[in-house]
Structure formats: structure tokens, C-alpha cells
Design a protein around this ligand. Structure first.
Ligand code: MTE
Length: 314
């Protein structure tokens, strides 16, 4: 796979910044919080003029909480292929070449295929989805993603009756990702979902945030976002999506099985991890707040786990 720098998006497909802002104005109503949001967006969007805007329309399930600033979302990252601290990915991930890029869909599907990222960006209407994002380490953010529901792609490739899980794999390129030359983790990074979790309308493939294409440090050019699970399930820079019969062995489960489970649903009573999950600090806030079961998305997803012992299937 050969890849070069910036995505090939024509000017005609780029949303004018004023349209993006007026849409946000429409979405956020006339409250004091909304006024603050617009101000912070103005600064935030201006801070990254090099990344193309993505045309998207408002999608369902968005929280009306104020999004975390663009600066924080793009400068406080976990991307172990580049660094173990939160601040270096913003600069180190510049070495990742994200275009051209392909995503291969294979395994138990009737219509396997390899999708060029330029095609993937145009295949389905893109939506703005403002989601809560909860990291297992105890911090959280509110992130205005741009993407489309993964179930659209799943319907397209038509899983066979044997497909029970979906496995996602990050690009493996030790030349561009320095920590892939070490044994910090087992590479490439792997994540997985049960097929019904992958089909859930909250689960998206994200191609952008704040109305612009994803910065490299946030998982360019395409990542998973599953807002009711801990952030590590939201795998970055995906090159392969495989439909499989058996539960995939995911990176963190392989690394520390006693702490990280396959499901990793946000659960304030979770006592497996080294951190208490009862509370969280939203980046930008001073005080911590209580963490909600399923990260507050229980009305949408609790039925997926009915009858399951959450302490066993953590
Ligand atoms: N995906 C890959 N390939 N490599 C990673 O190190 N980190 C995970 C997840 N996806 C990670 C990854 C973790 S631990 C978190 S909390 C989120 O990405 C962080 O996403 P963000 O940096 O966009 O906030």
C-alpha cells in the first residue's frame, strides 16, 4: 500500500465555513452555552485552516452538551503507535501518510471488497454527530464527529449467516509509526464488536471532526466511534474490517486480560481497571462528574446486553 499526504476532496464538496457555523448556530439554539460554543468554534476552526471541510448534515443522537474545544480534542490524544503520552501524537502523527488509503472488507460477507478512501468519503451522506467520549483513564470529552453509520457499509457487503463479530485492524507501517518498531503492544492494533453492536445506529465510521477531515492524531483517515464504550474501542486509522465467527482477540484484552474486556461498555461500577470508573473529568472542566452506565446511552443500547452479567462480560 502506497500512501501520500492530503485527501483528494474537490473544492465543490467542501462546506463553506460560514455554512458550517450557521448550521451549528441552528443546532445549538440561543443559549448562553451556545454563544460560548460559537466563540470556541470560531477559534478552533481557525486554528486548523489546512484541513479541508467535510459537507455533512445534522445526524441523530447528538448530545446538546457543549463540545470540547478543537484544541483539546486534537492535542490530548491516545495513539500508542506514536507515543504513550497524550501530547506528542499531535506532532508525531504527522508522519502518517493517509492518502491514498484503502479499507478492505472481507471474511464472512457475500460482497467483500476494497474501498478507496475517496470513495468511502462519498458513498453515504455524512452526518454531524456530537457524542460523549469516555476514556477508561477517567477523562472524557464531547466530540463533534463527522461520519456515517457503520451499518450502511455492513448492509452493502451483506454478512453471511456465519458472521457474528466484526474485527477492525489499524494500518501496520513501522516506518511511519515509530512504536510499531517496539513491543509496547501487539501490532497492528485490533478491535472488535459483536455484529449487533456494529449494526447499532450509534456506531459510526468517523472521517472528520468539527466539520473537517480527521487530523492524523485523531485516527485519520477513518476510525471507529462507539460512544457507549471506553475510548480504546474506537480504533484509529483502519485498513481492514473482517466479519468473523469467533470473538476476535483485541489488542488490550491480549495485553492485560484481567483489566480490559472485550465488551468494555462504560460502567461506573466497573472494578477491573486500575482506575475507578465511578467519576470522570471532562476535559475543560474543573470538577469531576459521575460517570453514567453506557456513557449515558443506556436508552439506546441497554437492550443489547439484557440478561448478561456485566461484571462477567466487562
Ligand atoms: N487506535 C489505535 N490504532 N491506536 C491507539 O493507541 N488508542 C485508543 C483509541 N484508538 C488507540 C486507538 C484509546 S486508548 C483512546 S482513549 C482513543 O483512541 C483516543 O482517541 P482520541 O485521541 O481521538 O481522543
Amino acid at each position: 500500500m502506497s500512501r501520500t499526504k492530503s485527501p483528494d476532496i474537490k473544492p465543490s464538496e467542501i462546506t463553506d465555513e460560514s455554512i458550517y457555523r450557521s448550521r451549528r448556530r441552528f443546532l445549538t439554539a440561543a443559549s448562553a452555552a451556545a454563544a460560548g460554543l460559537l466563540l470556541s468554534e470560531g477559534r478552533a476552526v481557525g486554528a486548523s485552516p489546512r484541513l479541508p471541510l467535510l459537507a455533512a448534515h445534522p445526524g441523530p443522537y447528538s448530545t446538546d452538551e457543549r463540545p470540547t474545544s478543537y484544541q483539546d480534542i486534537t492535542h490530548y490524544n491516545n495513539f500508542y503507535e506514536f507515543a504513550t503520552d497524550k501530547y506528542s501524537p499531535a506532532t508525531l502523527a504527522a508522519s502518517l501518510v493517509t492518502h491514498p488509503w484503502t479499507v478492505t472488507v472481507d471474511g464472512e460477507v457475500h460482497r467483500p471488497g476494497t474501498y478507496d478512501i475517496d470513495r468511502l468519503v462519498r458513498m453515504y451522506p455524512l452526518e454531524d454527530r456530537v457524542y460523549r467520549f469516555r476514556c477508561v483513564e477517567g477523562w472524557s470529552m464531547v466530540i463533534p464527529w463527522v461520519g456515517f453509520p457503520l451499518n450502511r457499509l455492513i448492509r452493502e457487503v451483506r454478512p453471511t449467516g456465519n458472521a457474528r463479530y466484526v474485527k477492525f485492524v489499524t494500518v501496520y507501517d513501522p516506518k511511519e509509526m515509530p512504536n510499531q518498531r517496539t513491543d509496547l503492544l501487539h501490532w497492528p492494533y485490533v478491535e472488535g464488536l459483536r455484529l449487533d453492536e456494529a449494526m447499532h445506529p450509534l456506531t459510526i465510521l468517523a472521517l472528520g471532526l468539527y466539520g473537517r477531515v480527521l487530523p492524523n492524531q485523531n485516527g485519520a483517515p477513518v476510525r471507529l466511534v462507539v460512544p457507549w464504550k471506553y475510548g480504546f474501542k474506537s480504533i484509529k486509522s483502519i485498513v481492514r474490517i473482517s466479519f468473523v465467527e469467533k470473538q476476535p482477540l483485541t489488542t488490550w484484552v491480549r495485553a492485560v486480560p484481567s483489566e480490559y474486556g472485550f465488551y468494555s461498555n462504560v460502567n461506573p461500577q466497573d472494578d477491573h481497571t486500575p482506575w475507578s470508573q465511578a467519576r470522570e473529568r471532562q476535559i475543560g472542566d474543573f470538577l469531576r462528574r459521575p460517570t453514567l452506565l453506557y456513557n449515558g446511552y443506556g436508552d439506546q443500547v441497554a437492550h443489547l446486553y439484557r440478561g448478561m452479567d456485566l461484571n462477567r462480560y466487562f
